[in-house]
Write a protein that binds this ligand. Structure first.
Ligand SMILES: NC(=O)c1ccc[n+]([C@@H]2O[C@H](COP(=O)([O-])OP(=O)(O)OC[C@H]3O[C@@H](n4cnc5c(N)ncnc54)[C@H](OP(=O)(O)O)[C@@H]3O)[C@@H](O)[C@H]2O)c1
Length: 272
């Protein structure tokens, strides 16, 4: 079962680092264009803005797939459920569709955290549970810790980073990957290959990179403040990259350009 591979949920709209009017404008464009999966997190400090914006926009709750993530500081028996209830209040919903652990616990013992996710699902506060930024060993440990399906490991995933080990672990464990930093925060635009390939399909460089991610079996999560970019990031379902083009893009993964690492984020585990 892969909720993010239901057609509308394959393309999720990320909300970091948006807030206020910029968040409302971006969400309005995203909803107009057809996005129904929305990604936020306790750490983004914008759950109130997401909840208020979605109310203002007036989209029906049951059309949406809302993901939020538990911050590391709330991943304890004392804080997990109260913080989740605070998130639900901010988002103005009774439950979220997907609840992720934003980061694995610092001591690497993921089982207690996964059991807390399970408890949230059993309490009806989320439809699905998942993880984010877990390495391969942690994915296996997470799977072993729960009988519930884990619907995503949301990780940095773009054509400039080799995530072969995580892709193999996704197949092995049945925990699908979903992407963040899908256009490597603009770094992909420094590589002419994407424009060159895109020209043959009538698509932009960003669309080629996003299509490559989808064809790897990974759901995409993108963020943009520009309506034209929001629109083109959604418009990636009507073409298929050839295996030759997939292979040429694969060759760029050797660049190993990782954006979110331990220097930037103290919670980052030892990545594969
Ligand atoms: N789980 C985690 O730990 C984690 C970590 C990071 C991010 N995330 C989530 O993933 C989402 C997306 O990741 P991200 O924002 O870090 O990286 P990203 O999507 O790779 O980069 C976003 C940047 O790329 C630009 N961009 C997007 N689409 C474009 C296009 N078609 N053409 C040209 N430029 C384009 C945007 O600028 P414009 O606004 O000018 O278009 C924006 O500055 C976040 O919003 C957040 O929800 C999760």
């Amino acid at each position: 079962m892969n909720i993010f591979f239901e057609r509308t949920h394959q393309r999720s709209f990320g909300t970091w680092p948006l807030n206020g009017q910029r968040l409302l404008d971006a969400l309005q464009s995203a909803i107009d264009i057809g996005y129904r999966a929305i990604d936020t997190a306790q750490l983004y400090d914008n759950e109130i803005g997401v909840g208020t914006s979605l109310r203002t926009i007036g989209i029906a709750r049951d059309e949406l797939c809302i993901t939020t993530k538990i911050a590391p500081a709330n991943d304890s028996d004392e804080r997990f459920m109260p913080s989740l209830r605070e998130s639900l209040a901010k988002l103005k919903v009774d439950r979220v569709d997907v609840l992720l652990l934003h980061w694995p616990p610092a001591n690497g013992d993921v089982a207690p955290s996964v059991r807390r996710l399970e408890q949230a699902a059993r309490a009806g506060l989320t439809r699905h549970i998942g993880i984010s930024n877990f390495n391969a060993a942690m994915m296996r440990a997470a799977k072993a810790a729960t009988a519930l399906p884990l619907v995503a490991n949301q990780v940095e995933f773009h054509p400039l980073l080799n995530q072969r080990v995580l892709l193999e672990t996704a197949s092995e464990t049945g925990i699908p990957l979903s992407s963040y930093c899908s256009v490597a925060r603009g770094e992909i635009f420094r590589y002419p290959l994407f424009d060159e390939i895109g020209a043959r399909y009538g698509k932009s460089a960003a669309q080629v990179a996003l299509r490559w991610i989808l064809q790897k079996g990974v759901a995409i999560n993108t963020m943009s403040t520009q309506r034209k970019n929001i629109e083109s990031n959604f418009d990636v379902m009507d073409f298929t990259l050839s295996s030759i083009d997939m292979n040429r893009i694969d060759a760029l993964t050797g660049t190993n350009y990782r954006i979110v690492n331990r220097e930037r984020v103290p919670y980052a585990p030892e990545f594969d």
